[in-house]
Ligand binder design. Structure first.
Ligand code: FMN
Length: 453
C-alpha cells in the first residue's frame, strides 16, 4: 500500500485514472466544479491553478479526487470493498505505533519558513456561498496538554488572512484538547498536514477513545510504523511524507466569524464565532503538491464512512458478537444512516446492536438491522427487508433529544432524535416457511450469455 501521496498518485497514474489538466483553472469555483464532475471516475491534477491572490508564478499544482469512490479506497487499502470495514477494525484493534525520524529523513522539511503566507498556496473557494478560501484536506495533529497523547482529525479551515485560519471544532476530541488548554489560559499547538496518502487520511477518521493515536491505525494498515518528524515551532510530530505542513496554535479565548461553508450533508454550515489558529511556520517538500477535497463529493463522505464503519463494527461486535458487518449508506451522507447485518441467535439482539451503534458516535441517526441473507450494500435489498420484516409498532423505536450532528439542519443545533429499525425476522419465525426467501435453483450460477446472444 502507498505510504505517501506521491506513491498513491503514481498508482493512479499507472491505472490511467489520474488526469492532468494543463489549462489555467480558476481556484474560485471552477476547480471544485471540475473535481466534483470527475470524482469517482478520475483523480485530477491541476497544473495551472489561478486565483486573485495567488502569485502569477505559482508552481504548486492541486490534486483532488484521489479516492473518489469506495473501490478506490479499497484499492488503497489493498482489500475488496466488502472487506474494508473488517480490515480497518482489525488495524484499529492492533495498531502499530509511529516512529520519529530525523528532519534529514523527512521530505516535508525540504523548505522551512516562519513567514507563513497562505495566499501563496493554491487554496480553492469551493461552493457558491462559502465565506472564502478553505483548506479541506488538512489533517490536524495535536497533543493532550496533560498526557501528551496524540490526536489526529480533519477540520475545515477558513483562510482569514495570510497567517490565520478559522476552524470548526465539533464536540469531539480536538475540541476537548483545546478546551483543556484554554482552561489553563494556554494555546493548543497544532500541525496541519496537507497532501497525505489515503490510509493516513482514513486513519484520521477513526472512531476511537480519547488518547488513542490514530496514526497507529495507519501503521497497522501500512504493515510498518508511520514515519513522523518533530515540529519546528510546535511540540507536535507529524507525517514526514506530508506535502505541506502548517504549524500553529489554536488561540485561547479568541473567537472570530467562520463560515458559511458548503458541507457534506449538501447544505451550508452557518457562519458563527469560532476558534482561530495562528500559524507560526510552514514546511514543505521541494516541489509540493496541494491537495483539496471537494466537500460533499463521494471522496468526502466515503473518507469518513469507511473509517467509521471499522470503529462502529468493533463497538457493535463487543455488544452483540453475532454482528457480521456494518455499512454507512451514501444516501445517509456516509454518516447518518447505518445498516447492521447480524446472524441473530437470541431474541432482542437486533435492538442491542442498535443501542451500541447509537452510542458509538454522534452522527448516527437512523439504524436498520438486517439478517445475513440481506445485502447491506444494496439499498433495494435493505428497503425490502424493512418492507417485509418490520412492523413499525413493534420494531421501530425513537429516542428523543440525543447528541447528534450540528451540520444536520434538521437538528436543534445538534440536539437530535435517533431511530432504530429492527428489520430482522423474529426469532420464533426463523427457519419457518413464512420468511423463506424465494429462489430459483441455478439462478445464481447461470450465465445468461449461454442462452441469449
Ligand atoms: N470535524 C470537525 O469537527 N470539524 C470539521 O470541520 C470537520 N471537517 C471534516 C472534513 C473532512 C473532509 C472530513 C473527512 C472530516 C471532517 N471532520 C470534521 C470530521 C472529523 O475529522 C472526524 O470526525 C474525526 O474522526 C474527529 O476526530 P477526533 O474525535 O479525534 O477529534
Amino acid at each position: 500500500v502507498s505510504k505517501s501521496l506521491r506513491e498513491w498518485l503514481r498508482v493512479l497514474e499507472q491505472d490511467g485514472v489520474l488526469k492532468h489538466v494543463g489549462r489555467e483553472v480558476n481556484l474560485e469555483h471552477e476547480l471544485a466544479a471540475v473535481g466534483k464532475k470527475a470524482c469517482g471516475t478520475y483523480a485530477v491534477w491541476f497544473d495551472k491553478p489561478i486565483g486573485e491572490r495567488l502569485p502569477k508564478d505559482n508552481k504548486i499544482p492541486v490534486v483532488t479526487g484521489i479516492c473518489g469512490n469506495r473501490a478506490m479506497f479499497a484499492k488503497a487499502m489493498g482489500v475488496s470493498a466488502r472487506e474494508m470495514s473488517g480490515t480497518f477494525s482489525e488495524a484499529q484493534a492492533h495498531p502499530i505505533e509511529p516512529v520519529v525520524v530525523p528532519p534529514g529523513e523527512a521530505p516535508v522539511k525540504a523548505v522551512v519558513t516562519r513567514q507563513v503566507n497562505l495566499y501563496g498556496l493554491p487554496i480553492p473557494v469551493h461552493h457558491e456561498k462559502d465565506s472564502g478560501q478553505y483548506i479541506t484536506a488538512g489533517v490536524v495533529v495535536a497533543k493532550d496538554p496533560v498526557t501528551g497523547q496524540r490526536n489526529v482529525s480533519i477540520h475545515r479551515l477558513q483562510v482569514t488572512d495570510k497567517n490565520h485560519l478559522g476552524v470548526l471544532l465539533l464536540p469531539r476530541h480536538l475540541m476537548a484538547l483545546q478546551r483543556m488548554a484554554e482552561k489553563s489560559g494556554n494555546p493548543l499547538e497544532v500541525a496541519i498536514c496537507i497532501g497525505l496518502d489515503p490510509i493516513a487520511l482514513l486513519s484520521s477518521q477513526a472512531i476511537a477513545a480519547l488518547g488513542f493515536d490514530e496514526f497507529g491505525i495507519a501503521g497497522a494498515l501500512y504493515g510498518e510504523p508511520m514515519k513522523l518528524v518533530k515540529g519546528e515551532t510546535v511540540n507536535v510530530e507529524y507525517p514526514a511524507n506530508a506535502e505541506i505542513v502548517l504549524e500553529g496554535r489554536i488561540l485561547p479565548n479568541i473567537r472570530q466569524p467562520e463560515g458559511p461553508f458548503g458541507e457534506y450533508p449538501k447544505y451550508y454550515g452557518p457562519r458563527k464565532e469560532r476558534e482561530v489558529i495562528e500559524l507560526t511556520c510552514m514546511c514543505t517538500q521541494k516541489d509540493p503538491i496541494y491537495q483539496t477535497i471537494v466537500p460533499a463529493t463521494d471522496e468526502h463522505t466515503m473518507l469518513g464512512a469507511v473509517a467509521r464503519e471499522g470503529g462502529i463494527l468493533q463497538i457493535v461486535q463487543h455488544a452483540v458478537p453475532t454482528a457480521k458487518a456494518v455499512h454507512l449508506t451514501p444516501g445517509g451522507t456516509g454518516r447518518y444512516h447505518l445498516v447492521i447485518q447480524i446472524d441473530k441467535k437470541n431474541a432482542g439482539e437486533a435492538k442491542n446492536a442498535i443501542f451500541a451503534a447509537m452510542g458509538s458516535s454522534q452522527e448516527i441517526k437512523h439504524v436498520v438491522v438486517v439478517d445475513t441473507d440481506v445485502d447491506l450494500f444494496d439499498p433495494v435489498d435493505v428497503s425490502w427487508a424493512v418492507a417485509t420484516r418490520c412492523q413499525a409498532d413493534r420494531d421501530v423505536f425513537i429516542i428523543p433529544g440525543a447528541c447528534g450532528n450540528k451540520l444536520d439542519p434538521s437538528t436543534d443545533d445538534g440536539l437530535s432524535a435517533k431511530m432504530g429499525i429492527d428489520a430482522t425476522v423474529p426469532m420464533k419465525e426463523k427457519g419457518t416457511d413464512k420468511f423463506h426467501r424465494i429462489r430459483i435453483p441455478g439462478e445464481d450460477t447461470l450465465c445468461l450469455a449461454d442462452y441469449i446472444t
